[in-house]
Unconditional design. Structure first.
Length: 240
């Protein structure tokens, strides 16, 4: 699928401006009954498949190898960050992400080592959900997606676009593409293992509110509303 076609499909699926209505801020989760059922399915899948797989992955992988895999995955998405930064009009951010990709892909051995950070070039992450926000699209209702977990309409559309415009999507070998995405899910779940202990009370509400707070923080690059003023960015939620 070409970038232009994917972009068109995403934009057609989104309402413009304030089309979600004024009640969106007061009730970000109008589909809560459905979302809770999907969350229950995801919890079952996680309990019997994802979490045991992530625990096994963490057990067999040396720390240095696990960091290398995380660096490799992050390096792949530097291209998406550079592209989205350009779409947002942030040329310096695009140059920063592009520079990181070039340095880590060469000196960092295909991204296994984060040489760019050691040289003082820090990550400048941007995704298409954030780009849509810059373009004026509203967040939309909260949505729990099977397998993938929490999203909003805007971030979900952005995730779809970023996935189908990432490097793995253009590989001729489909097994390699799917292998990368499976590895990404397992590695990400492994990084969330410690976060499981932080979830208290109603797990659905905890996950929903943490996700919405993180997206608010990320989209506005730290400039957040009072409701989220005490939220600190956490690496475990960063990739949602």
């Amino acid at each position: 699928m070409s970038v232009s076609r994917c972009l068109l499909l995403v934009l057609l699926a989104l309402p413009a401006g304030g089309a979600w209505g004024q009640g969106d801020e007061k009730n970000p989760d109008p589909w809560e009954p459905l979302n809770r059922r999907i969350y229950a399915f995801n919890e079952t899948l996680d309990r019997y498949v994802l979490r045991p797989t992530a625990q096994g992955y963490r057990f067999v992988m040396p720390d240095v190898a696990e960091r290398g895999v995380g660096n490799f995955i992050a390096n792949i998405y530097e291209v998406n960050s550079a592209f989205n930064s350009l779409l947002q009009g942030r040329v310096a951010g695009a140059a920063q992400s592009g520079g990181r990709f070039l340095i880590n892909s060469t000196l960092g051995l295909a991204g296994l080592f984060d040489v760019a950070s050691r040289l003082g070039i820090q990550p400048h992450r941007a995704d298409f959900g954030q780009t849509l926000a810059v373009w004026g699209f509203e967040t939309g209702p909260f949505l729990m997606v099977p397998v993938l977990g929490p999203r909003t309409i805007r971030s979900g559309a952005g995730y779809l676009f970023d996935t189908y415009t990432s490097i793995p999507a253009y590989l001729d070998n489909r097994e390699a593409s799917w292998g990368f995405w499976v590895l990404e899910v397992v590695d990400y779940r492994a990084r969330l293992l410690q976060a499981d202990e932080l979830i208290t009370g109603d797990r659905y509400i905890f996950v929903r509110d943490a996700y919405l707070a993180q997206r608010e923080f990320f989209v506005k690059r730290g400039v957040v509303q009072d409701d989220f003023s005490n939220f600190e960015e956490d690496e475990g939620w960063e990739d949602f």
